[in-house]
Design a protein around this ligand. Structure first.
Ligand SMILES: NC(=O)c1ccc[n+]([C@@H]2O[C@H](COP(=O)([O-])OP(=O)(O)OC[C@H]3O[C@@H](n4cnc5c(N)ncnc54)[C@H](OP(=O)(O)O)[C@@H]3O)[C@@H](O)[C@H]2O)c1
Length: 339
């Protein structure tokens, strides 16, 4: 196995605005051998996620940026193909954070063994992994949907949004999804069972959203920002909760945002309507993960939560796939099938 070639994708330069393929570089190296206490991983699936845009930038954030020339970060599902570690055997499948490369050494720290008989291993990167947990924690701990309330969520066909709407319905709330384009909207309504869905690309998007939310919005799970926020904000009911999970419409913005300063208007409504706006990063709730795994596995088993994966073959296609994600070209949880 050691005569194989390791392929990795490194950050070649920092993007200005929307990332381009030239921001990435493919490199090749010899597959390393594990030392005592180490294992060698062969990556099967790499998860592509919106936060990766943030890691490409040097701007101060909640996590350190990827250095120029370093391997792009990312969660993976990998197989142990060589082991000199007593806790891991050849053939074990693990969840790891080995990044955009075909092989990696690990000392076992931070790995979680997966049971392929329990669920398809790719789900550890999606509905049963970080995005599913983000939906569960943000909605239930911050959003606290009550029976009969209306929960609105953008990027509704994606990894996080699809779970948010389905969990809202399990809790007896009405789920209103916002998605881009007719086929994503049909999927959200007909396959995932959301009560209503609105296409944010429609010219009369804001009017359609009003019709879809006749009783206003009690929980707005913010994934997007921008025009979607603008349309939802006037519909918020008194005491609405807004878990701020992501602002994907803004991730590639450069410089100050255009337009009038709307903060005074927003703050007036925060006060007048007693709104709760709370940003969060999913790992803040890490101690709740065992409860999430149990609940989500049960909902998948019973068919109450469905999921869709968008699997792109080949590590070399990861840069284009990430660029596509930031433009809404993915349809479901975006994964690279590495091997
Ligand atoms: N806080 C946390 O800990 C945490 C953890 C995970 C994810 N997140 C955030 O959750 C959000 C969803 O992530 P995900 O992994 O589930 O991604 P995803 O929904 O699977 O994919 C991203 C989707 O965002 C939508 N989008 C992109 N640009 C947009 C724009 N300008 N306006 C409106 N929609 C746009 C597109 O869907 P449409 O074609 O339907 O517009 C695109 O398919 C992101 O903001 C992400 O950063 C936060």
């Amino acid at each position: 196995m050691t005569d194989q070639t390791l392929v990795r994708i490194v950050l070649a330069s920092r993007p200005e605005g929307t990332p381009v393929p030239e921001n990435f570089r493919i490199e090749r190296a010899t597959v390393p051998s594990p030392a005592d206490g180490e294992i060698l991983l062969k990556v099967r699936y790499l998860s592509l996620d919106p936060y990766m845009r943030g890691r490409m930038s040097a701007a101060k954030s909640y996590a350190a940026p990827v250095e120029i020339g370093a391997v792009m970060e990312g969660g993976t599902v990998a197989e142990v193909i060589d082991s000199r570690h007593h806790d891991f055997a050849v053939g074990d499948i693990v969840l790891s954070y080995s990044g955009w490369q075909t092989h990696a050494l690990s000392n076992g720290e931070g790995l979680r063994k997966l049971a392929p008989s329990a669920a398809p291993v790719s789900t550890a990167l999606g509905v049963l992994g970080m995005p599913g947990f983000t939906a569960w924690a943000g909605l239930l701990i911050i959003g606290k949907p009550q029976p009969g309330e209306t929960v609105a969520v953008g990027a509704a066909s994606g990894a996080v949004g699809s779970a948010v709407g389905q969990i809202a319905r399990i809790k007896g709330a009405r789920a209103v999804g916002i998605a881009g384009g007719a086929s994503k909207c049909a999927f959200v309504r007909d396959e995932l069972g959301f009560d209503q869905v609105v296409d944010h690309r429609a010219p009369d998007f804001a009017e359609q959203l009003v019709t879809a939310c006749p009783d206003g919005v009690d929980v707005y799970f913010e994934n997007v920002g921008g025009a979607v926020w603008d349309a939802v904000f006037p519909l918020l009911n008194p005491f609405a909760r807004i878990p701020v999970c992501g602002l994907i419409a803004q991730y590639s913005s450069t410089g100050p945002f255009e337009g009038p300063d709307r903060l005074p208007t927003v703050m007036r409504q925060v006060l007048a309507k007693s709104l709760t706006i709370r940003g969060f990063i999913q790992r803040e709730f890490a101690d709740q993960r065992p409860i999430f795994y149990r609940e989500m596995a049960g909902w998948i088993e019973s068919g109450q939560v469905k999921y869709r994966e968008d699997v792109v073959e080949g590590l070399e296609n990861a840069p284009q796939a990430l660029i596509g994600l930031l433009e809404g070209r993915n349809f479901g949880k975006l994964l690279i099938e590495v091997s």
